[in-house]
Design a protein around this ligand. Structure first.
Ligand code: HEM
Length: 171
């Protein structure tokens, strides 16, 4: 029970908090996209998908091969292999995304895997998307003059991407 509570707190709180801060950071770094969101607020849903792609709150996943797995390139991972997956890398794969380093809040298609995919796809993906659309949409509309206001600091973590501090001015 305790392990499940810790897991749910990590899975549902830290990630969504980072989604908000990462989205704000991305808007501050991309004033053209910030202006576009102000001009076209109906883009909020697709903007949240783009922020999830370029600044995925969870960057790394782990898997243990339950059986021999043959990858599409022919390489075989024997049963028992411990696998590290790069969610962040997949979300900037040039074979999947056109100009992957560019932030485009209207990007379509946008088949990112910030919530991974398959049977263990994030249980809270729908909730996180709704939270992101409401919170970020309201923040941007309520404070159109949102600006960076002092030095920002990344969380010193590899698996989770977020900010320890991201000062902004709203006036
Ligand atoms: C932006 C916010 C979120 C992101 C980026 C995110 C990302 C992820 C990812 C990548 C996984 C797969 C991990 C793996 O198997 O290696 C996952 C699993 C999971 N997430 Fe989320 N998550 C978010 C929000 C939430 C919320 C709000 C909840 C619950 C309220 C939640 C609950 C879970 C649970 C229970 C799993 C495990 C699913 C399973 O193994 O079957 N997540 N999440």
């Amino acid at each position: 029970m305790i392990q499940n509570c810790i897991f749910l707190l990590n899975a549902g709180h830290e990630t969504t908090t980072s989604l908000m801060a990462n989205s704000v950071g991305t808007l501050l770094d991309n004033p053209d996209q910030h202006q576009r969101l102000l001009d076209e607020p109906e883009l909020i849903a697709s903007a949240v998908e783009e922020f999830l792609r370029v600044e995925s709150p969870l960057q790394i996943g782990n898997r243990l091969a339950g059986e021999d797995i043959t990858l599409s390139g022919g390489e075989v991972l024997p049963k028992g292999t411990y696998i590290h997956t790069s969610i962040a890398g997949a979300n900037r794969d040039p074979a999947v995304f056109d100009d992957p380093g560019r932030v485009d809040i209207a990007r379509k298609p946008n088949r990112h895997i910030a919530f991974i995919t398959g049977i263990h796809v994030c249980l809270g993906a729908t909730l996180a998307r709704v939270e992101g659309r409401i919170a970020l949409g309201r923040l941007v509309r309520r404070f159109p003059r949102l600006r960076a206001n002092g030095p920002a600091q990344r969380m010193p973590l590899a698996r989770f991407r977020g900010w320890s501090s991201l000062p902004v001015s709203v006036r």
